[in-house]
Ligand binder design. Structure first.
Ligand SMILES: Nc1ncnc2c1ncn2[C@@H]1O[C@H](COP(=O)(O)OP(=O)(O)OP(=O)(O)O)[C@@H](O)[C@H]1O
Ligand SMILES: [Mg+2]
Length: 523
């Protein structure tokens, strides 16, 4: 295994790599760095999360002249990726104070104009906005010596081929062109050839396209069970950072809302949002303020958020490449990850196609039961308890225990505290006390009260929707639902009451059980 120094990288860069904790080059870096430094064209393929960015960025940084004119151009399919790659270049160039400009749509153009006017050495952007600047004359590419197409297959596939051709035509003929991706499907091979000259092909041989550090599983569910299934999985897995992929923007919005309604810390990302919103969401997710990112395929490519532990395909992706890139958002840089795909019975074939094309094994899992969810909560509770014990600083509480143990047994006290903290205290009594308000219930109907006080931002409409779905009624005929401080109620026909009660008791929100009781109408 050669060292970074043996690959031809120079002292200032080696120092930066040392600071970053990059001990040795990854396989793609080992192969691509010398070729990039030799100015040859490159078509490179290596698994997700294996350091392709540094493989092209380090040689670019090393070969920059001090002159403040654009010398390297990197194209990326999405704004978030362009931003991330620009940051990476800046980071790798720390020793040299190089100037990088990210250039992408949705951001006020004047800010980018100012950056470009001041003179930059590296430009990273999405094809559309790069072309805007070229047409305005604010970006001149005649000194470009290296062009990189990150996620090359995606950009060609997305219909950027003409744009890319236009951009490449404005760069010097003797430039170096490099294409990087975790996938290079046959369909784009022809195009790929057209952009390069005597390109050196590098492909890091691997048994499967996706990283083996990510365990791949699937659950088979009926379409209307999907949301519930997802919640149960989330409650058992308790991911600290997960990306949930949906097929369309509106589906992502809807799922994001449902999850928020059930109290999960989730954010939505898709292309219909303003750039300011997208930036805010990415920041919250990267910083761990949001645990779940519900996204379209806009987040499938290239994003490097090291802490992501789970990728969940709420909808099966449309092609094997999309699958590989989506699940590649976890299990990065030697970490482990878990990829979960929900399929409906009709989607079995698609799953097989994906399995075959990505050469991976996707294991079927059984949906966790409510008992599993409860067991998981208790386990998490025990872990948290041990942590608190370890931290110490318990004096004021010990005082409380001592005080109360004059009247109660210490074990009983601890047990009661556990029950309280696990939120498993029966709240039926408080619910019936609201019964006086239950006047006006139609004969033949029952009013069920739900204690939702402990579930932040729970939405009555979600509950009605879930019930309606289960009993096969439309939301309306089930009756109205209102928030009374911390109680919601739903009115249902007598003959449906037991069934609805059963369903409601099975609803768990963020691992907490919903409690329901029946208030019989007064005659
Ligand atoms: N030699 C190295 N040693 C340790 N960590 C590294 C090394 N090279 C890169 N990394 C880290 O690995 C992570 C993944 O790198 P990167 O985003 O470049 O992957 P990628 O191959 O481009 O993946 P994708 O196909 O998803 O775009 C980054 O967080 C990066 O900092
Ligand atoms: Mg990448």
């Amino acid at each position: 295994m050669p060292t970074f120094s043996e690959l031809g990288l120079s002292e200032p860069i080696l120092r930066v790599l040392g600071d970053l904790g990059y001990d040795e080059p990854t396989p793609i870096q080992e192969q691509a760095i010398p070729v990039m430094l030799s100015n040859s064209d490159v078509i490179a393929q290596a698994q997700t999360g294996t350091g392709k960015t540094a493989a092209f960025a380090l040689p670019i940084v090393q070969r920059l002249r001090d002159e403040r004119v654009p010398q390297a151009l990197i194209l990326a399919p999405t704004r978030e990726l362009a931003m991330q790659v620009a940051e990476a270049i800046y980071k790798y160039g720390k020793g040299r104070r190089i100037s990088v400009a990210p250039v992408y749509g949705g951001q006020p153009i004047y800010r980018q104009l100012r950056a470009l006017e001041q003179g930059v050495q590296v430009v990273v952007g999405t094809p559309g906005r790069i072309m805007d600047h070229m047409r305005r004359g604010t970006l001149v590419l005649d000194q470009i010596s290296t062009v990189v197409l990150d996620e090359a297959d995606e950009m060609l596939d997305m219909g950027f081929a003409e744009d890319i051709e236009f951009i490449l035509q404005q760069t010097p003929q003797q430039r170096q062109t490099a294409l990087f991706s975790a996938t290079m499907p046959e369909a784009v091979q022809g195009l790929v050839q057209r952009y390069t000259r005597d390109a050196k092909r590098i492909s890091i041989a691997a048994e499967q396209l996706a990283t083996p550090r990510t365990r791949q599983t699937y659950y088979e569910v009926m379409p209307r069970e999907k949301l519930d299934a997802l919640c149960r999985i989330l409650d058992v897995e308790t991911p600290s950072s997960a990306i949930i992929f949906c097929r369309t923007r509106s589906e992502a919005d809807a799922l994001g809302e449902s999850l928020q309604g059930r109290g999960y810390l989730s954010e939505v990302l898709h292309g219909d949002m303003s750039q300011a919103q997208r930036d805010r969401v990415m920041k919250r997710f990267r910083e761990g303020q949001a645990e779940l990112l519900v996204a379209t395929d806009v987040a499938a490519r290239g994003l490097d958020i090291p802490d992501v532990t789970h990728v969940i395909n709420y909808d099966v992706p449309n092609d094997p490449e999309a699958y590989v890139h989506r699940i590649g958002r976890t299990g990065r840089a030697g970490r482990t990850g878990l990829a979960i795909t929900l399929i409906t019975p009709r989607e079995r074939r698609m799953l097989q196609i994906i399995e075959r094309a990505s050469r991976s094994r996707i294991q079927r899992q059984k949906l966790p039961s409510l008992a599993d969810v409860a067991a998981r909560r208790r386990e998490a509770f025990r872990d948290a308890l041990r942590e608190v014990l370890e931290q110490g600083d318990l004096d004021p509480y010990i005082l409380m225990v001592e005080e109360m143990s004059e009247e109660h047994d210490a074990v009983d006290l601890a047990a009661a505290a556990f029950k309280l903290l696990l939120n498993e205290v029966e709240q039926g009594e408080t619910i019936t006390s609201v019964e006086g308000d239950a006047a006006g219930v139609e004969p033949g109907m029952q009013r069920l009260f739900l204690d939702v006080g402990r579930f932040d931002r729970i939405r009555p409409s979600d509950i009605v929707g879930a019930i309606a779905n289960e009993v096969g009624l439309s939301g309306k005929s089930i009756g109205s639902i209102d928030i009374y401080d911390r109680f919601s109620f739903v009115e249902v026909p007598n003959e449906q009451a037991q069934k609805v009660l059963h369903i409601l008791n099975g609803v768990s929100m963020r691992g907490k059980q919903v409690r329901v009781s029946i208030a019989k109408p007064k005659r």
